[in-house]
Design a protein around this ligand. Sequence first.
Ligand code: PLP
Length: 394
Amino acid sequence: MTTPVVLTERINRIEPSSTMAAAAEAEKLRQQGVDVVDVTAGEPHFTTPQHVKDAAIAAINGNFSKYTAVGGTLELKDAISKRHGTDFGSAYKREEICASVGGKHALFNVISVLVDHGDEVILPVPYWVSFKDMVRYVGGKCVLLEADEAQGFRITAGSIARLITPKTKLIILNSPSNPSGAVMSPSDMTEVIRLAHERGIWVISDECYVYLNYTGKNFSVGSLTEYRDRFLVVGSLSKTYAMTGWRLGYTLGPAAVISAVQKLQSQSTSNPTSIVQKAAIAALNSSQQCVDDMRKEYIQLRDHIVTGLRAIPGVKCTMPEGAFYAYPNVSGFFGKSGIKSSADIANGLLHRAHVATVAGEGFGTTQHVRISYATTMQNLDKALERMRKYFEEL
Ligand SMILES: Cc1ncc(COP(=O)(O)O)c(C=O)c1O
């Protein structure tokens, strides 16, 4: 007889990441020999730039293999500060920066130190899958704000203000957004930051896709120095430099919060990998041409997938202004062939058309599927052709 495993109430509150589950499902089919076109990936199809790899190799050969300071070396903190200051006009000091094991880790840390049991967290929908579960894990309550699809999933300070209660502790912003690709205008973001500051509410601005903004108006809330005691910026090298597996992200914010984040990190992972820190310094301090080149290719891929999706009768697709996801609305097919939700569509696409997408449910909407266009044009064409056929036959 096996002993039942009793887990904590807090771990039972959360679910596995739906994007990772979708990718695993696609992999299972692939193992059975099925030719699956996988557009679930939340990561660049590019390889890490050579100069970044060279810096890591030099770090290994130079035996840079000991523990470092918990929140990263001073050299790394300076590189993060300089890059952010140059690009966005911010001015973060060393004690206002903590490097972590990816942006996800940075977010987990910040949410853990800011959100207490019963606190409310305003979360725009659609949201990146992990926000909800991180908030729930620490005992917080998500208060969902439906972004208006007809207005490109816009979120405004006015719509947030309506959800504020005495229990509101935190607002989470993510621009450019995963999954919708929506980009908040600098003025909308400033208004939200100003509102939060006025009401004594924290803001986390997840800017993991900040360099993949196709509006021509790159913006970080980090530039709003007059409100800086109320917000944190979370950044990541994952998407910017095609370094998802390397795991390097960071938090920028008030020294007291950063100190708490470092305390937590000192009791969990300690420093992000020493070698990766050296690679990150090379990425941040060198020419940013590689970022620009990737950005240009994403724009072409985006235009291609959106044009292709819009050409499929019944599919509606808002133009994403950043990141590398299209978030088409497929509710036009509900009621056909027993389809009730986007989960049914994602399931049909995978098993009948052999195209792996992620259902909108994981992002808090029931009418969409997420398609990552961080792949080749050929793959996108293959996905589009199969999708067109699948939808036609419904
Ligand atoms: C919105 C958003 N934030 C944070 C992350 C975390 O990225 P990483 O942990 O690789 O830095 C992701 C990754 O998919 C993301 O999409």
